[in-house]
Design a binder for this molecule. Structure first.
Ligand SMILES: [Mg+2]
Length: 268
């Protein structure tokens, strides 16, 4: 059998990801929207952007962003109601194309999937050519563009599909795989460090608060106890105490016994 690092016979994984899927479908079906910043979602106060066109992304709008913030970043943003039935139908078309190449399909959502093409059904043997063919077929059938990443495991294939987006593809071979993985690990720890700095400043804010009986019932006290709880939980690695320790700068809140017990249960 092959393993994840491909030391014996490397697997061939293709990660196919549609470009700005929902937004591209809306632009395809309504020519008036082409070339304009489009967000699929509701502009209401608590609405969220489900997908943003590339024109909108230039303004910093992205999916999962609050609609209010998106509108602030891009005042001309056009909101379009999502039509999930339509997206689902296209998703089935795409999967039918995948199935022409391999039965080993792992969909991640309506618009992306991993394909294991190690044992391909078609004549050609090169995964990059298969990815090109699949993308061309998707475009011919749906008039939408897709990007692909090709590698010897799912993690790297997914990483690769983002490299030449939109309408591109990228290969990570077993030779340059370890370097790519290291670069990604570095990025993760950079982000994590930034995150724990933020946590640390929140920790400082939360611990500068009135002490005594009043503190125990105020929201600030609850936040403080919550942070304390996380700090002493061995399983919570990203917490304020994970990297940056500022002991002595705060007065430890009184932790009630139930919380301590809870921490014990979780640490087992
Ligand atoms: Mg996508």
């Amino acid at each position: 059998m092959t393993n994840d690092e491909g030391s014996e016979r490397p697997r061939k994984i293709v990660h196919v990801d549609m470009d700005a899927f929902y937004a591209s479908v809306e632009q395809r079906d309504n020519p008036d929207l082409r070339g304009l910043p489009v967000a699929v979602g509701y502009p209401a106060a608590r609405g969220v952007v489900a997908a943003a066109s590339y024109e909108a992304r230039k303004f910093g709008v992205h999916s999962a962003m609050a609609s209010v913030i998106a509108k602030r970043k891009c005042p001309d943003l056009i909101f379009v109601k999502p039509r999930f039935e339509g997206y689902k139908a296209i998703s089935l078309q795409i999967r039918a194309i995948f199935a022409e190449y391999t039965p080993m399909i792992e969909p991640l959502s309506l618009d992306e999937a991993y394909l294991d093409v190690s044992e391909i059904l078609k004549g050609t043997e090169i995964a990059t050519v298969i990815a090109q063919e699949i993308r061309a077929k998707i475009k011919a059938t749906t008039e939408l563009s897709a990007s692909a990443g090709i590698s010897y495991n799912k993690f790297l294939a997914k990483m690769a599909s983002g490299q030449n987006k939109p309408d591109g593809q990228f290969v990570i071979t077993p030779k340059n795989g370890p370097a790519c993985r290291a670069a990604s690990d570095q990025e993760v720890s950079r982000r994590r460090a930034r995150h724990s700095r933020k946590d640390a400043s929140a920790w400082d804010r939360n611990t500068r608060r009135p002490q005594g009986a009043d503190a125990r019932v105020s929201g600030g006290a609850f936040r403080g106890v919550g942070a304390m709880f996380l700090r002493y939980c061995p399983w919570y690695q990203g917490g304020p105490g994970a990297k940056i320790r500022r002991r002595g700068r705060h007065v430890p809140p009184r932790i009630s016994i139930p919380l301590r017990r809870l921490a014990k249960v979780f640490s087992r």
